[in-house]
Unconditional design. Structure first.
Length: 214
């Protein structure tokens, strides 16, 4: 019981820290750093790895970092780098949520709700649909961790579902002549609608089976 309480306290403290960091730390300094090292591939790669590792702590969107990858490496080399970084970065809140564990209370109820969702869809289909849906990456990762999604399904589903968002962001970054905070926008409404439609299509069958089984 004491260990469970300790994990809950750690989880709440980290969540509070992420909220505070997201409000206090803007990506301006990050953009300035990336701009100064973009013509030095090895150093740029080191900076990019560091950014992917700390990204969840500042609640920066994955597309922001993918734009940086496209800016530094171009569309062809930037895509696999960005997709690998996005997938690895998403693992951090996923694994932390598994460490915290749902137990009882609000966190436990969230985990139970997520588990029912993944029971209906299957881990892999549910993860792909969750990534295609226009939802923030880190809450999706945490929900998957609380819901008991297998690590393999999480990684594969994240990699597949993030492909359209990563392609759009990398292409946007590779087309930038000058990197600025104002230019860190890659997602148009057309992609949001298309990806959302695919997510709905993936969930239509499981939703129908769940409804008819009741």
């Amino acid at each position: 019981m004491a260990e469970f309480v300790r994990r809950q306290v750690v989880g709440l403290a980290l969540l509070a820290g992420v909220v505070a960091a997201s409000l206090l730390v803007s990506p301006d300094r990050l953009v300035e750093t990336v701009r100064t090292v973009a013509d030095r591939p090895l150093l740029f790669g080191t900076v990019l790895v560091g950014v992917y590792l700390v990204r969840p702590l500042f609640a920066w969107p994955t597309t922001l970092v993918a734009i940086l990858a496209g800016y530094g490496y171009g569309a062809v080399a930037g895509f696999p780098v960005a997709l690998a970084g996005t997938t690895a970065s998403a693992l951090l809140p996923f694994l932390f949520a598994r460490y915290v564990d749902g137990g009882t209370g609000l966190v436990g109820r969230l985990g139970d709700s997520g588990q029912r969702f993944f029971d209906a869809t299957g881990d892999l289909r549910g993860m792909i649909a969750s990534r295609l849906a226009p939802a923030p990456s880190d809450p999706v990762s945490a929900a998957a961790g609380l819901s008991g999604v297998s690590t393999g399904a999480f990684v594969l589903g994240t990699a597949i579902g993030e492909i359209p968002w990563t392609v759009a962001a990398v292409l946007a970054g590779s087309s930038l002549e000058t990197l600025s905070v104002g230019g860190l926008s890659a997602i148009g409404w057309e992609l949001i609608v298309a990806a959302g439609a695919v997510a709905v299509a993936l969930l239509a069958g499981p939703a129908y089976r769940t409804m008819t089984a009741q």
